[in-house]
Design a protein around this ligand. Structure first.
Ligand code: NAD
Length: 313
């Protein structure tokens, strides 16, 4: 009989399930309701989620056997970390699995915005040939300001350098060492905002970053700036962004994340100079397989009392 019970509530790629099944009984309950989760969690040794399942203090309290919660992916803002700490329940994630996918999406959005690719495609499908109207801009020699220079932000920097962009970065954790690995210049936020033609956000959502790009910050930016946000909804003040688009301060924005998801057909989503994707940053075959592999091995290591690579709590 399998030693452990592992509950998986937001799906996991088959390669990860296979690793888990070799050592444990796996309850694959993709899309489980919050009520059913409260019932199923008792008697379970480990819980694996993505971003959908809310691992509240109540869920953790109901998990009387629960030893570890795993997040297949990076963001752990859907897990009550304080409650986990209090109950001595470990929390692990797979922070490296999705880095490339998100960085590539940021580059894709930057290029799509610069050349208005969604508008070109939509027009052609409507029988229109907008060749003269569709005059975009190049990334070449433009200044890119990267806010949050961790795994994803620094990966975007490497890719932007290949496009001959001048890269600025801003991160309280930046050091001479990690900055010198890249051909970029670290600046305080306000200076970065004032110098950038493109801005790309790669910070986590926390009290210091919630609403950090607000009216005041938009006022510091260059006229005609283009903004990419693949970080977390809530980092940009969406009303302030809408006003900045309407005033012409912001030429275009590309958003993968929203303060409420899905956001519905809001004025921001429907704005002609806003390009939206439904939080697909980590949605590549490779990233999902990597995340499944990483979280499955990390969860088993936690249950076996082995050394952990990505312990959050
Ligand atoms: P990371 O921890 O490696 O990097 C985040 C960096 O932001 C850190 O270096 C940190 O010091 C910096 N930071 C924190 N507060 C800051 C501030 N006020 N100003 C400037 N920098 C600040 O994380 P990562 O793996 O690079 O991921 C970044 C974020 O991307 C995640 O937190 C998550 O919200 C988001 N993400 C989105 C998707 C998606 O599907 N769109 C997928 C994965 C991750």
């Amino acid at each position: 009989m399998a030693a452990w019970k592992i509950l998986v509530t937001d799906g996991l790629e088959e390669n990860g399930l296979k690793i888990l099944r070799e050592a444990a009984e796996v309850l694959d309950r993709n899309g489980i309701s919050a009520d059913d989760l409260l019932k199923e969690i008792s008697g379970v040794d480990a819980l694996i989620v993505r971003g959908r399942t809310k691992v509240t203090a109540q869920v953790l309290a109901a998990g009387t056997q629960l030893k570890v919660v795993g997040r297949a992916g990076v963001g752990v803002d859907n897990i009550d970390l304080k409650a986990a700490r209090e109950r001595k329940i470990m929390v692990v994630n797979s922070p490296y699995a999705t880095t490339i996918a998100v960085a590539e999406l940021a580059m894709a959005l930057m290029l799509a915005m610069a050349r208005e690719i969604p508008r070109a495609d939509a027009a052609m499908k409507n029988g229109k040939w907008l060749k003269k109207e569709l005059e975009g801009v190049e990334l070449y020699r433009k200044t890119l300001g990267i806010i949050g220079f961790g795994r994803i932000g620094s990966s975007v920097a490497r890719r932007a350098e290949a496009f001959d962009m001048k890269v600025l970065c801003c991160d309280p954790k930046i050091t001479e060492d990690n900055q010198s690995l890249y051909d970029c210049r670290a600046l305080p936020l306000d200076e970065l905002l004032a110098e950038s033609d493109f801005i790309s956000l790669h910070v986590p959502l926390n009290n210091s970053t919630r609403g950090m790009i607000n009216r005041e910050k938009f006022a510091l930016m260059k006229n005609g700036v283009r903004i990419v946000d693949v970080s977390r909804g809530g980092v940009i003040d969406e009303q302030a962004l809408l006003e900045a688009l309407e005033s012409g301060k912001v030429a275009a924005a590309a958003l993968d994340v929203f303060s409420i998801e899905p956001p519905g057909q809001t004025a921001l989503v429907c704005h002609p100079r806003v390009l939206c994707t439904p939080h697909i940053g980590a949605q590549t075959v490779e990233a999902q397989q990597r995340a499944a592999d990483d979280i499955a091995t990390e969860i088993l290591a936690a249950l076996r009392g082995e050394e952990l690579r990505w312990r959050v709590v």
